[in-house]
Design a binder for this molecule. Structure first.
Ligand code: SF4
Ligand code: SF4
Length: 331
């Protein structure tokens, strides 16, 4: 590396470090940083079934039963959330692909038609299973957004990252999504996230499939590829990351409870309710507050267990085990 290049790299790192320090300080003193709102955001893990085996995901090692959340518990959770005055509901999972949920459209219709305040229903998906749904019903269900997790550089690289040979199926569904959404005046907002496959950026940008899709969408996919992060989390050591992926830095968290504990909760597909939807893939950690079958959301959100999790971390530096090594810690 030339002296100039080395200097430039050093400047980039120093700028990043300075930006981090400033944000780290500012966040601590942000108004209401350690105060929870009266009503939470809620993510509902409508199913924890996913056929993929992404290289950075705990799905292949997850032991809990693979199932959709029952409609009865789903409706109970949504009714209780609405009664609390929340306006924020989505189908984001800890593990799972909502397009493999047999009740997905029924759930979306129930939530959006019974409670119009839930106007931001959406989820992350590989899009491998969009063809399972009748197109008109899908677009009329109340689903407002989708975040597409994918790779567009051919079958081989896709299978390497996602662990399944579903590239062609995903591509057909992606083309359907783009075309049908255009016909329906962009009723669903979607964003394409290109996953970090093990190949140079140029190889992705030069691939004909990438170029074709990039020419069809409004999103700047070139920028998306150039800013792909190679830094991820390893789910408390449960996942052996491939050498080209690196662990995100472990941000200091003493006496500083994670921001996730002040914003929302998740109802898992087994009915368990968690204080954070991020890493608890077995739903057995200290962050599990109860079960929606036996507890109301309001009692879990305002109850002692969650209050103690927050205050023990803040006052006694008692960090939940699962949070000690979590690289998605929200400072
Ligand atoms: S990251 Fe998502 S798509 Fe990949 S295996 Fe995990 S749950 Fe499935
Ligand atoms: S540290 Fe990680 S697991 Fe713990 S609350 Fe934050 S995001 Fe969730």
């Amino acid at each position: 590396m030339s002296v100039r290049a080395a200097l430039e790299t050093k400047i980039v790192w120093m700028t990043k470090a300075l930006r981090f320090c400033r944000a780290y300080l500012q966040n601590y003193f942000a108004p209401n940083r350690f105060r929870a709102p009266a009503a939470p955001r809620l993510s509902i893990e409508s199913t924890n079934i996913c056929n993929a085996k992404c290289v950075f995901c705990a799905n292949p090692v997850m032991q809990r039963k693979k199932q959709p959340l029952s409609m009865e518990l789903f409706k109970k959770a949504v009714d209780e959330l609405a009664a609390m005055g929340s306006t924020s509901l989505d189908f984001n999972v800890t593990i799972g692909d909502p397009l493999l949920d047999p009740y997905l459209l029924e759930r979306a219709r129930y939530a959006s038609r019974t409670y119009p305040q839930f106007s931001s229903l959406g989820f992350v998906t590989t899009l491998q299973w969009l063809h399972r749904f009748p197109i008109d019903e899908f677009w009329d269900s109340g689903i407002k957004w989708m975040s597409i997790s994918t790779a567009l550089s051919g079958r081989e690289k896709y299978a390497e990252f996602f662990g399944v040979d579903k590239y062609d199926q995903m591509m057909r569904n992606l083309l359907t999504l783009i075309e049908e959404n255009r016909r329906r005046e962009k009723k669903i907002i979607y964003v394409i996230h290109i996953k970090p496959t093990n190949e140079p950026v140029e190889a992705v940008l030069d691939h004909p499939d990438f170029q074709r899709i990039n020419g069809m969408v409004e999103q700047d996919l070139v920028a998306e590829v150039k800013t792909r992060g190679l830094y991820v989390d390893d789910w408390q050591g449960a996942v052996n990351l491939p050498p080209y992926l690196k662990k995100r830095p472990l941000v200091p968290r003493a006496f500083r409870p994670c921001g996730q504990l002040f914003g929302g909760m998740i109802v898992y597909s087994n009915g368990n309710v968690g204080a954070c939807n991020c890493r608890d893939f077995e739903t057995t950690s200290e962050l599990t507050l109860g079960n929606v079958k036996d507890n109301s959301l309001v009692e879990l959100w305002s109850g002692d267990k969650l209050a103690r999790l927050r205050s023990d971390w803040r006052r006694k530096n008692k960090v939940p085990e699962i949070c000690k090594t979590c690289r998605h810690y929200n400072y």
